[in-house]
Design a protein. Sequence first.
Length: 142
Amino acid sequence: MRWLAVDPGDTYIGLAVSDPTGTVVRPLATLKHDSYAASAAKILKAAEEQLAQGIIVGLPLDEEGAVGPQARKASRLAEALRAVSALTIVLHDESLSSREAHRLRRAAGKKKRPRNNTEHAQAAAVILQSYLDEHTPTPTAR
């Protein structure tokens, strides 16, 4: 199943997509966040263009796993997506995705923050990989 992942933010929204088998993930794009309805329309358009069968929305729970202001905003975006789409919309804990995207950028030898906001799409890729790792059965040895 091909998934589109969303890293919601106050200003930008990162997108990532999986391959049709749901095993390989790649950053896709960074969108400017406007209103929830406008952002949902942009995300849905990307999902349709990528032939995604479901959308994973990152849910930034706080350090105790509780829902705070950012998580409520992510939930509102998920609700806006559900209002305009019949696709499966899943909220997935993304507490550490931005930190992991930053770590990956540093590990690749990139010291400066990217000017084109690719870190948001990379964070969406981290969210999607985390979701797939948790929800893909591990093959058993024979």
